[in-house]
Design a binder for this molecule. Structure first.
Ligand SMILES: [Zn+2]
Length: 306
């Protein structure tokens, strides 16, 4: 071959080689390919999104069934949302008797029979309600919820720590190669949860009034951990009767309660009536906020000013 021709030939081979390296590098860094590697993880409530994302970060794609602002006790799922579990490898259910899970878990599982359903509450001491509480009247222990168990496990940071450990274990099981990554993330989040827990302990122990008046009894686990008592306006998941209202007003006056906490998912009417009667303020607190740590700081501030 002619020397010139040989050079042209070599030159074009090198050019093609460099060009193909360039193309390969574009494709391997494309976000489409990265998202293919993500583990799709489903869960019930918005706060769980933070728990899972803090451990899995960019390696997980989290799908939440009950949207922000909806009430998980009564929410009716859209068929399109239900389909979102079809790609999920894992489902972290609360496992604490929340109505949404009682109503839909079987159907979600039938859409995706390969999805591993994990009970996030398996290490948590659930609060059980004795039957007699149904008939109590105005006493402190009237914390009855609609069901035998208090479903609101995530309102206690120490329960969340145990939920996060379970998320970590399952992500490692699904993706053992990245164990160290998940472990570092988990440790970092647990440290933040510990700080929050410590802060609540310090501030609540200085608090004089240990009674908190709430519309819907979301804060049972929080109260149990920090020595507070929750008085709920709602009884057995229903609007209170006039007799219940009268009992609560009497009790609130006696305990000198100045704040009524209402979650945005519930009606304000009865809370406002009671607030007027006892000269209290109505404060909105969301137990289902997607920003768990940030929201719990707000919760602490609200409770300690009550
Ligand atoms: Zn609730």
């Amino acid at each position: 071959m002619d020397k010139n021709l040989k050079n042209i030939f070599l030159g074009s081979i090198i050019t093609i080689f460099i060009a193909s390296l360039f193309i390969v590098s574009i494709f391997s860094s494309s976000p489409i390919q990265e998202s293919d590697e993500q583990i799709v993880v489903a869960a019930t409530l918005m706060p769980q999104k933070e728990f899972i994302e803090r451990v899995g970060k960019e390696k997980v794609n989290v799908v939440i069934m009950v949207p922000d602002g909806a009430d998980p006790h009564t929410y009716e799922i859209e068929p399109s949302t239900m389909q979102e579990v079809s790609d999920a490898q894992l489902y972290f259910k609360l496992g604490s008797g929340m109505e949404f899970e009682i109503n839909y878990m079987d159907r979600l599982n039938s859409i995706n029979p390969h999805m591993k359903v994990v009970n996030s509450s398996r290490e948590i001491d659930l609060i059980h309600f004795p039957d007699e509480i149904d008939t109590c009247s105005g006493a402190h222990d009237c914390q009855h919820h609609h069901g035998d168990v208090d479903a609101h496990v995530w309102t206690s940071p120490s329960n969340v720590k145990s939920m996060v450990e379970i998320i970590y274990e399952e992500l490692v099981r699904a993706d053992p190669e990245n164990k160290e990554f998940y472990q570092d993330n988990k440790e970092e989040y647990l440290t933040e949860l510990d700080k929050l827990d410590q802060k609540i302990r310090e501030e609540v122990s200085n608090q004089e009034n240990k009674q908190i008046l709430v519309y819907h009894p979301s804060w049972g686990y929080f109260c149990k951990d920090y020595g507070l008592q929750q008085i709920a306006i709602e009884k057995d998941g229903k609007e209170p009767t006039p007799q219940n209202m009268a009992n609560i007003i009497q009790q609130a006056k006696k305990e000198d309660i100045k704040v009524i906490f209402v979650s945005p998912q519930f009606p304000l009417e009865n809370a406002k009536t009671i607030a007027q009667e006892i000269g209290a303020e109505v404060v909105l607190l969301d137990p289902l906020s997607p920003n768990y740590l940030e929201n719990m700081e707000k919760v602490l501030e609200a409770f300690s000013n009550a």
